[in-house]
Write a protein that binds this ligand. Sequence first.
Ligand code: AMP
Length: 586
Amino acid sequence: MLYKELAELYEKLEKTSKRLEKTHLISKLLEKTPADNLPTVVILLQGRIFPAWDERKIGVAARSVLKAISTATGIDADKVEQEWKKSGDLGLTAEKLIAKKKQATLASHDIKVDKMFQNLAALASASGEGAVERKVGLIAELLTSAKPLEARYIIRTVLEEMRVGVGEGSMRDAIVWAYFGEKLKLKYDAKENDLMISDEEREEYNKYVAAVQEACDLLNDYGKVAQIAKTKGLKGLENVSLEVGTPIKVMLFIKAKDIPDAFENVGKPAAFEYKYDGFRLTMHRNKDKIVLFTRRLENVTNQFPDVVEVLKEHVKSTNYILDAEVIGIDPKTKRWLPFQSISQRIRRKYGIHEMIKEIPVMVNVFDALQIDHDNLIHKPFAERRKKISYIVKEAPGKIEMAKQIITDDVKEVEKFYKEALAKGNEGIMAKNLDAPYKPGARVGYGMKIKPTMETLDLVIVGADWGEGKRASWLSSFTVACRDEDGNFYEVGKVGTGIKEKEESEGASFEQLTNLLKPLVVSEKGKEVKVKPKIVIELRFEEIQKSPTYSSGFALRFPRLVRLREDRGPDEISTLEDVKEAFEGQK
Ligand code: AMP
């Protein structure tokens, strides 16, 4: 398969904002993609080269791309930079300069999708001495063969800035259309931008959508799912099962207004649990192998050998996937520590054994996806919880089942809620006793109840270089919330609550600068724009309506509370949350 086909599709996708049209276009490409190429083509369509949970990053700075364009075209780096400043887009810069060059001299060669992928993967693994030069070489090699349009998308992929908007929903539907479209007699009407389908057919269609969705939930890999759909059909999809060791997205919860609201959604009676203020950990075991994943699906097994030991000692099964919240404990007072303290343990790569003594942790198990080779995700929550109790031998302060009550009485819940807060929890969770486990979905099977929002989790989208003694640091950060489609809306700037230098706790200008520098996509005077990756939690005095920011709101006196390294930009506060907080303050 040639990269040209992908580039042409990207261009079409970029030109439309209609979801159905996108789905149609993608499905047409999937249809003709050979099975062997599917994993590569699908991941490239998603604008990445590794699944979102993979720790490997392409890790190429704009400067290196600039050099590569210069090497491939023979045009002076200064000239390339001038061109870049004009459009602010290195993809377009590459396209324009390659076009110029191609007219004058070399003809382009076909780039195979595999070659493209190979070079990108090599970028990610290049490290050590001479890595920058090697990266420049790998990009320049692709550009030398590239047609102008291909150059645009090669560069955007390298910089992880695809922006063609292939969401997971479109990819899932495109898989259905591509491989079951004929069978389901699906017909996309481009003029009407509509799927011509009767109610009866719709029902059948939804069955296929659900099968693809479930396979995606379990494998977390759309390329693999497309391959199965193409080669093994519906049966193949239905046979996909949980794989111990393959990260699976956790179930998410929605916010309840209050206790009666929670009952309304999860039914009566319901389970109520402490909402521990720690971090989510999914714990997999198969035979001797134990693997730990965060909610962002990062493998943190090496950071938590103490948890691995606890599991070996206190969980009486050698095949399971358990879902838990891990909290830090003060070794002297034995009190529970707030999340900030253990956040250091998640990123710590050395000195782990000292850290274990400094900040011991306790595991609170609240759900199970598999036990003893038995897939439990379709079983009711009450049954899953019972199964956990058979294998988890509680050891106070080390591993416990989440503290739970089952009741239909608001008063009793109120008492439990107070007790939970007094113990240092964030609030409580309300859970539907009959509900299945829905990976990756924010469904109403569980609801969180916590005191009115005092903070927002926002992503940094820009920053300003400081002045005077802060001149080498980024010192004021533009933050944004998101909507359901993954668009970001600015809500303000924050520069307080941040320490000068990196210390053991709290965020510093130095640390934020180091985190953000590789994410810079453009610079203008003192202002930089960055890729939305770094999430911070902010406190504020008030929210006002404001035309200054794209959200239509502005935070007054925002103050950074902490870095939220356990959160991705897709998990931050939504525009709805901001509106709600605005309305709630009156
Ligand atoms: P939030 O992060 O505010 O959306 O709240 C949901 C998070 O609370 C989950 O992702 C867990 O990390 C955490 N949590 C703490 N205790 C529990 C519990 N008993 N059940 C489920 N989630 C919990």
